[in-house]
Design a protein around this ligand. Sequence first.
Ligand code: F6P
Length: 570
Amino acid sequence: MSSDPTKTEAWHALAAHADEMRQAHLRDLFSADAERGTRLAAQAADLYVDYSKNRVTDETIRLLLALAMERGLAERTTAMFAGEHINTSEDRAVLHTALRLPRDASLVVDGQDVVADVHAVLDKMAAFANRVRSGQWHGHTGRPITTVVNIGIGGSDLGPVMAYEALRAYLDTDIRCRFVSNIDPTDVYEKTRDLDPATTLFVIVSKTFTTLETLTNAAEARRWLLDGLAASGASDDGGASGAAVDGASAAVDDGAVAKHFVAVSTNAEKVKAFGIDTENMFGFWDWVGGRYSYDSAVGLSLMLAIGPERFTEMLAGFHAMDEHFRTAPLDRNVPALLGLLNVWYDNFLGAQTHAVLPYSQYLHRFPAYLQQLTMESNGKSVRADGTEVRYQTGEIYWGEPGTNGQHAFYQLIHQGTKLIPADFIGFCAPNHEIGDMHDLFMSNFFAQTAALAFGRTADEVAADGTPADVVAHKVMPGNHPTTSILAPKLTPATLGQLVALYEHIVFTEGTIWGIDSFDQWGVELGKTMAKQLAPLLTRADGAQPPIGQPDQDSSTTELITRYRAAARGH
Ligand code: F6P
C-alpha cells in the first residue's frame, strides 16, 4: 500500500463525487428522502449520533468507507489495540485503550502484562484517594486536605481540568481542585494566594518530568508551601525553605513535602531528583501519549475529587466506546464514520476548521481539551514514512458551550462565507433540574442544527413582510453541516465515551492521511529556543542580545532589547 492516500481509487472517486456534491443542498437531500434523519444515524455505547445533517449522500458514505478499507483502517485498528509500535517516529506502542481494560482482560505487550500494571496503579491511586478523601491522610500540621492543586501542562493539565469541570456535579466531599499550568507567574499566584498551605496538596503531573513550565511552577509551589508553613509556625526553618541550612530544617522540609506533594510521571529518577519520594509517585508508561493520558494516573486529581468509583465508571465509559470502535462494522462504526466525514470536508470540500459546540456549561473546557487531542495529533505535514503530504491534514478545532456561542460567533457560521462543520453535543437529562430551563436550553440545540441545515430562502423571508431591500440580509443560506451527538446525561461514563469517541476520530483521520498521530516533534523547537533566549532576558549585567547567538534575527533582538529596557524601568 502506498503511503499516499491520494493514490487510492477511492480518493479519485471522492474527488469526482465532490464536484457533484458542491451543488447539493441539505434541503433537497432531506425532502427527497423521508428516512434520512433516522437512517444516517447510529448508536455508539450510550451516544446517539445523527450525521444526517452532513453534506453527504449514500454514495459519499460508500466511497468514504471504500477509502477506509483501501487505507487499512481495520488492520491498523487491530494493530493499535494489540500494542504494535504504530507510533513509528518514537518506536512506541499506542495503548491508551489499555488504560481502561477491565481487570480480568489480558494484554501482554513487549513481554509485559499491561492489564496487571494498569490495575496496580489504579489500585494505588484508589487507596491514596480514599485516604485523602476520608481525612486519614493529613498535611504536615495534622489537618486534612481540602484543596488539591494540579500542576502540569498540555496533556498533564487539559484532560484533568476538562474532566474535573465536566464532572463537578459528582463532587461528593469538601475537596476542591485547582489547576496551574502556565509559566506566567500570575497563574500559580492566583491559584494559591487564598489557600492555606496546611490543607493544600500539590499533584505534580508530568510524563517526562522535564517540562520547564511544570518544574518551575512546582518549585514555586514548594517554596510557597514551606514558607507558608514556617510563617504559621508549623515548621521551624524560619522560612529558609529554599535553602535549608542544616540537617534538622532539611528534615522538616522533607517531611512537609512528603505530606503535601505527590507526583505523576513515567520518570522516577527525575521525580526523586525534584525531592518527591517515589513512594508518593504514581506511574504510567511511554505508550500513553500526554494528550491521551487523563484516564491514567494523570487523572489523580480528578479521582481525588470524584472518588475511585466514579473514576472507574468513567473508565468503563471509555472502554465501551473502545469496544464499539474495535468491533462495530465500518458502516455503523461511529468514530470511523465521523473521522471519515472530517476527511471529506477537509480534503474534498475545502473546510479548514471544525467547531465543537457542547450544550453543557460543564463541558466548557472540552473544546480546549480537544484542541490538543486533535491538533497536536494530526497537525503534521509529513507522513509516517517521512514523505511530504500534499493535502490538508489536521483541522483547526474550536468552540464554546451553547448558548454562549450563539450570541458570539454563530453569525459567521450561519451567514458567513466559510464552510465550518460543527459537532453539537447535548444531553437529554440535566445534571440539575431547575424548572424547564434544560428544555429551553436544548430547544436551542435542536433549533440551531435545523436552522444551519435548512436556512431560510428569500421567498420565505419576503413572505414575512420584510422590506425588499432587507430581504437579502435576512436570507439564511443553510446547507451548513452539523453532527448531533445526544447522550442520556452527562455522567462519568458518558464523558469517557465522548472522549474515546474523539480519540478514535483522530486515529481514523490519521490513518487515512498516513501520518503518525502520536508524536509531537513540532513543539520542540520553540521550547529549545525559549531556553536559549531566557538568559538574554534575565542577565543582570545589561549585556545586549545577541549573546552567543550570531544568527539572532533582528526582529527578536529588537523585541528583547525593548523588553529588557522596559522591564528594568519598573
Ligand atoms: O509540549 C508538548 C507536550 O510534550 C505535550 O505533548 C504534553 O502533553 C505536554 O508537553 C506536557 O508534557 P509532560 O507531561 O511531559 O510535562
